[in-house]
Write a protein that binds this ligand. Structure first.
Ligand SMILES: [Zn+2]
Length: 284
């Protein structure tokens, strides 16, 4: 594969041995890199942050101790585009205009056969073979007529994730017409919370909203519910602050603050540092 562009998918996790055991930990940052070699990618990950978080950054899950680490995975153009791509298109089902970050819209592969079997991977123009939809309902309508029905969107019972080993979830609601984000937490399986938001209607018209889980937070069995809840609150505050610092319009009325000293330091190293870098670049 000489001359191919290399893509990497980077996810940075806050890992606690007691809380996460054999799982990955809590997602703190996610991005993609392209046109770099693996060693350069790691260097970029380190340089993205500062202080202790940068110096102590591992590229594998810490063994029997706590820490921040990054998973650097090989990726490809499809996923890179999927993460960053902007679209200005129409719902494939009901034809209303769609504009914004492509990853916020439900999609379906409409090319020949299976995407994974598609040859000429780097060549293929994603947009020719991807249908975007305004809502999961519209995608389901399409799938009902085209293919087998998708289980997504089916409302679920109120229950704890993975029989209680998950303490809670941080989720994101995006209002496409307002270009606004709402970030919340829930102790229960997120589709239930989504269902409640849909019923109360305060986040906007359902057809303008998309929903996804930002981070799954495991229960730390060595901590009581109050301590686990404090960590979940802090991770919610993390993602709200991160979206604000990244320049997105965040609609939350309450803006909780990060109170855990350890996470405050990580936020400083991982998010505020980037803001400083951006300012340095923009100053003439
Ligand atoms: Zn539609």
């Amino acid at each position: 594969m000489k001359g191919d562009t290399r893509y990497f998918w980077i996810r940075v996790f806050d890992y606690s041995f007691e809380r996460d055991a054999s799982e990955k930990g809590t997602l703190l940052d996610e991005f993609y890199l392209k046109d770099v070699e693996r060693d350069e990618a790691k260097k970029i990950v380190r340089e993205r942050y500062c202080h202790g978080t940068s110096n102590e950054m591992k590229f594998a899950r810490p063994k029997k101790k706590d820490g921040v680490y990054a998973i650097v995975m090989d990726s490809d153009k499809y996923f890179y585009d999927r993460f960053y791509k902007q679209i200005d298109s129409y719902c494939f089902s009901c034809h209303i205009p769609l504009k914004g970050k492509a990853s916020e819209f439900p999609r379906e592969y409409i090319g020949e056969g299976n995407r994974w079997e598609a040859v000429d991977y780097d060549e293929f123009d994603d947009s020719d073979r991807t249908a975007y939809f305004c809502t999961y309902d519209c995608r389901a309508d399409f799938n009902r007529t085209q293919r087998s029905v998708d289980a997504e969107g089916v409302f679920q019972e109120k229950e704890e994730g993975r029989n209680g080993t998950v303490f809670g979830y941080i989720y994101l609601i995006y209002n496409r017409t307002q270009d606004e984000y709402y970030i919340g937490q829930t102790r229960y399986l997120p589709f239930f919370r989504w269902q409640e938001h849909v019923k109360d209607g305060s986040k906007g018209d359902l057809s303008d909203l998309s929903f996804h889980v930002l981070a799954e937070v495991n229960r730390n069995p060595k901590q009581n519910d109050t301590e686990n809840q404090l960590y979940l609150n802090n991770i919610e505050a993390w993602w709200i602050s991160k979206y604000e610092h990244d320049g997105y319009k965040v609609k939350n009325l309450m803006k909780p603050r990060i109170t855990l000293q350890d996470l405050k330091q990580k936020f400083n190293d991982m998010v505020l540092k980037q803001e400083e870098l951006k300012l340095e670049i923009s100053v003439p």
